[in-house]
Design a protein around this ligand. Structure first.
Ligand SMILES: N[C@@H](CCC(=O)N[C@@H](CS)C(=O)NCC(=O)O)C(=O)O
Length: 258
């Protein structure tokens, strides 16, 4: 059976688990978070030690949620998570990419600012995240238009990527009353069994041993930063806060990939 290195609150691992469940593919899940538990098996499987990582029954390894989902689509084409039309397929990937980079970076910045509540930048950083999140949800509303899901009548990878970030909109208490497309989409998504199961897993994780500090800081108090999560606070002008984190030795990066 395939094994998935996963983590209950990782949007990328959640996306892959939703796709596996949606397609009815059997797999064994292994909860890992390198920055929290530093167990060597994840790093042995994939040098960057990020979840998700899919290990095939013959021990071959695939990392990165998008690459894993493309593999799953080819091996288990039914039900599909990509549209057939070439442009719509590219559009699905663009929406997925938008969620993976932008939504994730905004959420990371928002929770980081809450965690550093005593920093002088904390409230401005939370506000910047809320403003950008609002703009992003409006953009998604536009992408939905009159469609039930981003790709039309059936959900695709774009929907599964976006739904893992939807809790952020509620956590920020953003007013979405004038976004009927987004709200209708949320209702439809929550009725999909694979999405409901993911929601239960993530909610249980948040209520259980996970808390904000535990989620962010490894055993030595360092926070795991990478690409778009680092770009966001610098673009927003919070470079001094990031520099203080760096000089205080509170940052860590994924292990070198090669
Ligand atoms: N591009 C990767 C990103 C994966 C990623 O950033 N995973 C995070 C969790 S959300 C991670 O494993 N970070 C290392 C850690 O926290 O230990 C993907 O799509 O799979």
């Amino acid at each position: 059976m395939m094994q998935l290195f996963s983590f209950a609150t990782s949007p990328y691992a959640r996306k892959v688990r939703i796709v596996l469940d949606y397609k009815g593919v059997p797999y064994e899940s292994c909860e890992r978070c390198y920055s929290l538990d530093r167990k060597p098996d994840l790093k042995d499987a994939s040098r960057r030690a990020e979840v998700p990582v899919l290990v095939l029954p013959d021990h071959r390894v695939i990392y990165d949620s998008t690459i894993i989902c493309e593999f799953l689509e080819q091996v288990y084409p039914d039900p599909p998570v990509f549209p057939k039309d070439a442009f719509e397929r590219a559009r699905t990937r663009m929406i997925e990419d938008l969620c993976d980079r932008t939504f994730d970076a905004i959420g990371f910045g928002y929770y980081f600012a809450i965690l550093r509540k005593d920093a002088p930048e904390s409230s401005a950083m939370q506000e910047a995240a809320k403003t950008e999140c609002r703009a992003l949800v409006e953009r998604l509303e536009g992408e939905l238009g009159e469609r039930a899901f981003f790709g039309g009548d059936a959900p695709t990878l774009a929907d599964f990527a976006a739904i893992t970030h939807a809790p952020l909109v509620r956590a920020m208490r953003l007013d979405t009353a004038n976004l009927p497309g987004f709200n209708g989409w949320l209702d439809r998504m929550r009725k999909i069994p694979a999405v409901a199961a993911d929601h239960d897993r993530a909610a249980k994780a948040w209520q259980g041993k996970h808390n904000l500090a535990a989620e962010f800081e490894g055993p030595d108090g360092r926070i795991h930063w990478r690409d778009s999560r680092l770009e966001w606070p610098i673009r927003q002008g919070f470079i001094d806060l990031i520099a203080r984190e760096y000089h205080a030795g509170r940052m860590m990066f994924p292990p070198q990939a090669a």
